[in-house]
Write a protein that binds this ligand. Structure first.
Ligand SMILES: [Zn+2]
Length: 311
Protein backbone atom coordinates (compact mmCIF):
# COMPACT_ATOMS: atom_id res chain seq x y z
CA UNK A 1 0.00 0.00 0.00
CA UNK A 2 1.04 3.57 -0.64
CA UNK A 3 2.23 5.42 2.43
CA UNK A 4 0.26 8.63 2.93
CA UNK A 5 1.27 11.49 5.17
CA UNK A 6 -1.13 11.99 8.05
CA UNK A 7 -0.14 14.58 10.59
CA UNK A 8 -3.09 15.41 12.81
CA UNK A 9 -2.67 18.68 14.62
CA UNK A 10 -4.96 19.40 17.52
CA UNK A 11 -5.12 22.96 18.74
CA UNK A 12 -7.34 24.38 21.42
CA UNK A 13 -8.42 27.99 21.27
CA UNK A 14 -9.53 30.94 23.38
CA UNK A 15 -11.82 31.06 26.36
CA UNK A 16 -14.86 29.09 27.47
CA UNK A 17 -16.30 27.93 30.74
CA UNK A 18 -14.90 24.51 31.50
CA UNK A 19 -17.22 22.75 33.84
CA UNK A 20 -16.14 19.15 33.50
CA UNK A 21 -12.68 18.47 32.14
CA UNK A 22 -11.60 15.05 30.94
CA UNK A 23 -14.56 13.22 32.40
CA UNK A 24 -16.35 10.30 30.82
CA UNK A 25 -20.00 10.49 29.85
CA UNK A 26 -21.33 9.23 33.16
CA UNK A 27 -19.16 11.31 35.46
CA UNK A 28 -21.49 14.17 34.57
CA UNK A 29 -25.20 14.66 35.16
CA UNK A 30 -26.92 12.80 32.33
CA UNK A 31 -30.14 14.80 32.57
CA UNK A 32 -28.73 18.02 31.05
CA UNK A 33 -27.42 18.76 27.57
CA UNK A 34 -23.72 19.51 27.04
CA UNK A 35 -21.48 21.28 24.55
CA UNK A 36 -17.70 21.58 24.31
CA UNK A 37 -16.15 24.25 26.55
CA UNK A 38 -13.84 25.65 23.82
CA UNK A 39 -13.34 25.32 20.07
CA UNK A 40 -11.12 22.50 18.77
CA UNK A 41 -9.31 22.46 15.40
CA UNK A 42 -7.98 19.34 13.68
CA UNK A 43 -6.51 18.75 10.20
CA UNK A 44 -5.99 15.49 8.31
CA UNK A 45 -6.57 13.38 5.20
CA UNK A 46 -9.91 11.80 4.21
CA UNK A 47 -9.86 8.01 3.77
CA UNK A 48 -11.77 7.95 0.50
CA UNK A 49 -10.90 11.29 -1.11
CA UNK A 50 -7.25 11.42 -0.02
CA UNK A 51 -7.79 15.19 0.38
CA UNK A 52 -6.76 17.25 3.41
CA UNK A 53 -9.54 18.99 5.35
CA UNK A 54 -9.64 21.03 8.53
CA UNK A 55 -12.45 20.54 11.05
CA UNK A 56 -13.26 23.14 13.69
CA UNK A 57 -15.63 22.12 16.49
CA UNK A 58 -17.43 25.13 18.00
CA UNK A 59 -19.74 25.23 21.07
CA UNK A 60 -23.44 25.37 20.09
CA UNK A 61 -26.63 26.39 21.95
CA UNK A 62 -29.20 24.15 23.68
CA UNK A 63 -31.31 21.87 21.48
CA UNK A 64 -29.33 22.53 18.29
CA UNK A 65 -27.71 19.08 18.04
CA UNK A 66 -24.60 18.24 16.02
CA UNK A 67 -24.40 20.12 12.72
CA UNK A 68 -21.77 19.99 9.98
CA UNK A 69 -21.16 23.34 8.25
CA UNK A 70 -19.37 23.31 4.86
CA UNK A 71 -17.28 26.49 5.16
CA UNK A 72 -15.80 25.99 1.67
CA UNK A 73 -19.19 26.19 -0.12
CA UNK A 74 -21.23 29.33 -0.97
CA UNK A 75 -23.50 30.38 1.93
CA UNK A 76 -21.83 27.76 4.18
CA UNK A 77 -24.65 25.17 4.10
CA UNK A 78 -25.52 23.29 7.29
CA UNK A 79 -25.84 19.51 7.27
CA UNK A 80 -27.49 18.28 10.50
CA UNK A 81 -26.07 14.95 11.75
CA UNK A 82 -29.48 13.28 11.51
CA UNK A 83 -30.35 9.90 10.08
CA UNK A 84 -32.79 11.54 7.67
CA UNK A 85 -29.74 13.01 5.91
CA UNK A 86 -27.92 9.69 5.43
CA UNK A 87 -27.31 9.29 1.73
CA UNK A 88 -24.73 6.59 1.27
CA UNK A 89 -23.25 3.95 3.50
CA UNK A 90 -20.66 2.17 1.35
CA UNK A 91 -17.53 1.74 3.52
CA UNK A 92 -18.38 4.92 5.48
CA UNK A 93 -21.40 7.00 6.41
CA UNK A 94 -22.21 10.03 4.25
CA UNK A 95 -24.68 12.82 5.00
CA UNK A 96 -26.25 15.07 2.39
CA UNK A 97 -28.70 17.99 2.33
CA UNK A 98 -30.38 19.95 -0.42
CA UNK A 99 -29.66 23.67 -0.38
CA UNK A 100 -30.75 26.49 -2.65
CA UNK A 101 -27.31 26.22 -4.32
CA UNK A 102 -27.50 22.45 -4.76
CA UNK A 103 -26.47 19.45 -2.72
CA UNK A 104 -24.03 19.65 0.19
CA UNK A 105 -22.45 16.48 1.54
CA UNK A 106 -19.97 15.30 4.14
CA UNK A 107 -18.47 11.83 4.29
CA UNK A 108 -16.90 9.50 6.88
CA UNK A 109 -18.68 11.18 9.79
CA UNK A 110 -18.92 8.11 12.04
CA UNK A 111 -15.72 8.27 14.15
CA UNK A 112 -16.13 11.95 15.04
CA UNK A 113 -19.84 11.40 15.84
CA UNK A 114 -18.95 8.39 18.03
CA UNK A 115 -16.50 10.56 20.00
CA UNK A 116 -19.19 13.22 20.50
CA UNK A 117 -21.66 10.64 21.86
CA UNK A 118 -18.95 8.88 23.88
CA UNK A 119 -17.89 12.14 25.54
CA UNK A 120 -21.49 13.32 26.00
CA UNK A 121 -21.52 16.26 23.55
CA UNK A 122 -25.14 16.98 22.50
CA UNK A 123 -24.71 20.31 20.74
CA UNK A 124 -21.78 21.35 18.52
CA UNK A 125 -21.14 23.08 15.21
CA UNK A 126 -18.69 21.06 13.08
CA UNK A 127 -17.16 23.49 10.57
CA UNK A 128 -15.36 21.63 7.74
CA UNK A 129 -13.63 23.02 4.63
CA UNK A 130 -14.24 19.97 2.43
CA UNK A 131 -16.42 16.92 1.89
CA UNK A 132 -14.77 14.32 4.14
CA UNK A 133 -13.87 14.21 7.85
CA UNK A 134 -10.15 13.42 8.37
CA UNK A 135 -9.41 9.77 9.19
CA UNK A 136 -6.48 10.70 11.50
CA UNK A 137 -5.04 7.42 12.86
CA UNK A 138 -8.17 5.46 11.85
CA UNK A 139 -9.71 5.64 15.33
CA UNK A 140 -11.61 8.24 17.39
CA UNK A 141 -8.72 8.71 19.81
CA UNK A 142 -7.61 12.18 18.65
CA UNK A 143 -11.21 13.46 18.67
CA UNK A 144 -11.93 12.03 22.12
CA UNK A 145 -8.66 13.29 23.59
CA UNK A 146 -9.20 16.77 22.17
CA UNK A 147 -12.76 16.98 23.54
CA UNK A 148 -11.64 15.71 26.95
CA UNK A 149 -8.77 18.22 27.06
CA UNK A 150 -10.95 21.29 26.42
CA UNK A 151 -13.75 19.96 28.63
CA UNK A 152 -17.51 20.05 28.53
CA UNK A 153 -19.95 22.83 29.41
CA UNK A 154 -23.18 21.61 31.03
CA UNK A 155 -26.10 23.51 29.47
CA UNK A 156 -29.51 24.50 30.83
CA UNK A 157 -31.82 22.39 28.65
CA UNK A 158 -32.79 18.91 29.82
CA UNK A 159 -31.41 15.95 27.87
CA UNK A 160 -34.46 13.99 26.72
CA UNK A 161 -34.57 10.47 28.19
CA UNK A 162 -36.15 7.73 26.11
CA UNK A 163 -36.73 4.16 27.17
CA UNK A 164 -37.28 1.46 24.62
CA UNK A 165 -40.33 -0.68 25.42
CA UNK A 166 -40.27 -3.13 22.49
CA UNK A 167 -37.32 -4.75 20.68
CA UNK A 168 -36.43 -3.40 17.23
CA UNK A 169 -34.13 -5.08 14.73
CA UNK A 170 -32.95 -5.17 11.14
CA UNK A 171 -31.38 -8.16 9.38
CA UNK A 172 -29.56 -8.96 6.16
CA UNK A 173 -28.62 -12.63 5.75
CA UNK A 174 -26.97 -13.68 9.02
CA UNK A 175 -26.05 -10.08 9.89
CA UNK A 176 -28.27 -8.02 12.20
CA UNK A 177 -28.53 -4.98 14.45
CA UNK A 178 -31.03 -5.03 17.32
CA UNK A 179 -32.18 -2.64 20.04
CA UNK A 180 -33.43 -4.44 23.16
CA UNK A 181 -35.18 -2.88 26.16
CA UNK A 182 -32.60 -2.58 28.99
CA UNK A 183 -32.23 -0.62 32.23
CA UNK A 184 -29.06 1.13 31.03
CA UNK A 185 -27.27 1.97 27.81
CA UNK A 186 -25.06 -0.83 26.41
CA UNK A 187 -23.52 -1.69 23.04
CA UNK A 188 -22.42 -5.24 22.09
CA UNK A 189 -20.88 -6.39 18.82
CA UNK A 190 -19.77 -9.65 17.19
CA UNK A 191 -17.77 -10.27 14.01
CA UNK A 192 -16.64 -13.46 12.27
CA UNK A 193 -13.90 -13.30 9.61
CA UNK A 194 -12.37 -16.17 7.69
CA UNK A 195 -8.83 -15.03 8.47
CA UNK A 196 -7.09 -16.54 11.51
CA UNK A 197 -5.82 -13.23 12.91
CA UNK A 198 -9.40 -11.90 13.27
CA UNK A 199 -11.72 -14.94 13.47
CA UNK A 200 -14.69 -14.67 15.85
CA UNK A 201 -14.60 -11.68 18.22
CA UNK A 202 -17.12 -10.10 20.59
CA UNK A 203 -17.06 -6.97 22.70
CA UNK A 204 -19.56 -5.31 25.00
CA UNK A 205 -19.37 -1.77 26.34
CA UNK A 206 -21.52 0.22 28.74
CA UNK A 207 -20.78 3.92 29.22
CA UNK A 208 -21.64 3.58 32.92
CA UNK A 209 -18.90 1.00 33.50
CA UNK A 210 -15.87 1.94 31.41
CA UNK A 211 -14.78 5.13 29.67
CA UNK A 212 -15.20 5.50 25.91
CA UNK A 213 -11.85 7.30 25.70
CA UNK A 214 -9.97 4.28 27.06
CA UNK A 215 -11.98 1.29 25.83
CA UNK A 216 -13.45 2.23 22.44
CA UNK A 217 -11.96 5.45 21.02
CA UNK A 218 -8.44 3.98 20.36
CA UNK A 219 -9.72 1.08 18.18
CA UNK A 220 -8.61 1.63 14.56
CA UNK A 221 -10.22 0.98 11.18
CA UNK A 222 -9.18 -2.37 9.71
CA UNK A 223 -9.29 -4.09 6.35
CA UNK A 224 -8.31 -7.25 4.53
CA UNK A 225 -5.24 -6.95 2.27
CA UNK A 226 -6.84 -8.46 -0.83
CA UNK A 227 -9.96 -6.27 -0.54
CA UNK A 228 -7.85 -3.14 -0.07
CA UNK A 229 -5.92 -3.79 -3.30
CA UNK A 230 -9.23 -4.17 -5.11
CA UNK A 231 -10.65 -0.93 -3.63
CA UNK A 232 -7.50 1.03 -4.44
CA UNK A 233 -7.43 -0.21 -8.03
CA UNK A 234 -11.06 0.99 -8.28
CA UNK A 235 -9.94 4.51 -7.22
CA UNK A 236 -11.39 4.24 -3.70
CA UNK A 237 -9.70 4.71 -0.30
CA UNK A 238 -7.14 7.11 -1.78
CA UNK A 239 -6.20 8.28 1.73
CA UNK A 240 -5.76 4.79 3.19
CA UNK A 241 -2.32 3.69 4.39
CA UNK A 242 -0.66 1.44 6.92
CA UNK A 243 -0.59 4.54 9.18
CA UNK A 244 -4.36 4.87 9.43
CA UNK A 245 -5.77 1.34 9.08
CA UNK A 246 -4.89 -2.08 10.41
CA UNK A 247 -4.41 -4.43 7.47
CA UNK A 248 -4.79 -8.20 7.74
CA UNK A 249 -3.83 -11.04 5.39
CA UNK A 250 -4.24 -14.81 5.78
CA UNK A 251 -0.70 -14.81 7.20
CA UNK A 252 -1.49 -12.21 9.88
CA UNK A 253 -1.43 -8.47 10.53
CA UNK A 254 0.75 -6.40 8.17
CA UNK A 255 1.24 -3.59 10.70
CA UNK A 256 1.14 -4.82 14.30
CA UNK A 257 1.00 -4.32 17.23
CA UNK A 258 -2.73 -4.07 17.95
CA UNK A 259 -3.95 -1.74 20.70
CA UNK A 260 -6.35 -4.44 21.99
CA UNK A 261 -6.39 -8.17 21.19
CA UNK A 262 -9.93 -7.65 19.84
CA UNK A 263 -9.28 -4.22 18.29
CA UNK A 264 -11.30 -5.02 15.09
CA UNK A 265 -14.58 -5.70 16.89
CA UNK A 266 -14.05 -2.69 19.17
CA UNK A 267 -13.75 -0.59 16.00
CA UNK A 268 -17.03 -2.03 14.69
CA UNK A 269 -18.60 -1.05 18.02
CA UNK A 270 -17.17 2.47 17.57
CA UNK A 271 -18.78 2.67 14.11
CA UNK A 272 -22.11 1.47 15.59
CA UNK A 273 -22.02 4.18 18.29
CA UNK A 274 -21.31 6.86 15.66
CA UNK A 275 -24.02 5.68 13.28
CA UNK A 276 -26.66 5.30 16.02
CA UNK A 277 -25.87 8.82 17.29
CA UNK A 278 -27.63 10.02 14.11
CA UNK A 279 -30.90 9.28 15.96
CA UNK A 280 -30.25 12.37 18.11
CA UNK A 281 -30.96 11.55 21.75
CA UNK A 282 -30.48 7.78 21.71
CA UNK A 283 -33.04 5.74 23.70
CA UNK A 284 -31.72 3.79 26.68
CA UNK A 285 -31.40 0.22 25.36
CA UNK A 286 -28.98 -2.61 24.69
CA UNK A 287 -27.77 -2.27 21.08
CA UNK A 288 -26.54 -5.61 19.76
CA UNK A 289 -24.96 -6.10 16.33
CA UNK A 290 -23.48 -9.09 14.52
CA UNK A 291 -21.47 -8.91 11.26
CA UNK A 292 -23.29 -5.67 10.48
CA UNK A 293 -22.40 -2.67 8.31
CA UNK A 294 -22.96 1.08 8.15
CA UNK A 295 -26.01 0.25 6.04
CA UNK A 296 -27.65 -1.90 8.75
CA UNK A 297 -26.55 0.45 11.57
CA UNK A 298 -28.24 3.40 9.87
CA UNK A 299 -31.36 1.35 9.02
CA UNK A 300 -31.85 0.67 12.73
CA UNK A 301 -31.15 4.35 13.46
CA UNK A 302 -33.93 5.22 11.01
CA UNK A 303 -36.41 2.99 12.91
CA UNK A 304 -35.33 4.45 16.25
CA UNK A 305 -35.70 8.00 14.93
CA UNK A 306 -39.40 7.37 14.21
CA UNK A 307 -39.87 6.54 17.92
CA UNK A 308 -37.80 9.42 19.23
CA UNK A 309 -39.17 11.98 16.75
CA UNK A 310 -42.66 10.65 15.88
CA UNK A 311 -44.38 12.26 12.94
ZN1 LIG B 1 -14.91 3.01 11.20
Amino acid sequence: MKEAEVTPTTVTETSGKTVAKGLSMDDRPTDRQCTIAQPITCTGIGLHSGLTTTVRLVPAPNDTGRTFIRTDLPNTPAIPAKVANVQQTVLSTELITETAQGKAQVRTVEHLLAALLGLGVDNVHIEIDGGEVPLLDGSAQDWATAIASVGITIQTAPRPQWELTEPLWVRQGDAFVAALPAPELRFSYGIDFDVPAIGNQWHSWSPSQTAFIQEIAPARTFGLAHQIEHLQSAGLIKGGSLDNALVCSQAGWLNPPLRFSNEPVRHKLLDLVGDLSLVGHLPTAHYLAYKASHHLHTQLAQQLATIVNPG
